[in-house]
Write a protein that binds this ligand. Sequence first.
Ligand code: G3H
Ligand code: ZN
Length: 283
Amino acid sequence: PLVSMNEFLPAAKEKKFAVGQFNMNNLEFSQAIVQAAMEENSPFIFGVSEGALKYMGIEFTVAMAEAAAKQSGLPIALHLDHGSSFEVAMKCIRAGFSSVMFDGSHHSYEENVRLTKEVVKTAHAMGVSVEGELGTIGGVEDDISVDESDANLAKPEEAIRFYEETGVDCLAIAVGTAHGMYSGEPDIKFDIIEEVTKNIPVPVVLHGGSGVPDEMIRKSIEAGVGKINVNTENQVALTNAIRNVLNSNDSVYDPRKYLGPGKEAMVEVVKSKIKLFGSSNQA
Ligand code: G3H
Ligand code: ZN
């Protein structure tokens, strides 16, 4: 069965590794991600954005995640990514999600606390874990677009207070990463991660994991990141592989002939992230 993130996040915090959230966008993603995790014997999180949920449909989403859990026997959380309302979080929980993110970062601090608390109260009563967000993360994901200049870093004292007031199971804070690929290198504020981590009992979440240099990922985990989200790198790997097949062969029409290589490319991405995050053999 699908599990809450509390099945593995405490160990991640204690042993200093990070669990990957790999976003699921269709069947090929779900299969590639679980295959990579099985090869690495690693726990992981299927992240599903509201846009991806609309695309796949909630029944298919839950069914694919459950099939992955059944096939692998691994601890897998099915997690709503950047949930925008109490209603969508409840809809997901009712449908079988084992974890939800409530992203109230565009609200005022007080409103974010109030809304997040409501989600936590109900979700926890049902054994479902909750991720909160403080500070805004730049870049584009689905229909959510945040201009870099509007992206603002989380303040450590505020993040600590946010944890105390809401009781979330992990906390995403804006520390300089962005959704999508980077034109240069991100400027990650490791001191913010460290300051928050040592003052709360749950791990910090790093969004925008795609395109972050390996060394910065290692430093973030060392500083206290216990969950890292990756989406764009898988999208790029899938699309490049498909493009290669189609560009080099005009007569291909069987989708399996290009989706297969696309899937293999994603398996490689996910395996390398799992190794980098240190979650191999932590299942
Ligand atoms: O919530 C999802 C992640 O933050 C994905 O970010 O597409 O830059 O890997 P990414
Ligand atoms: Zn994100």
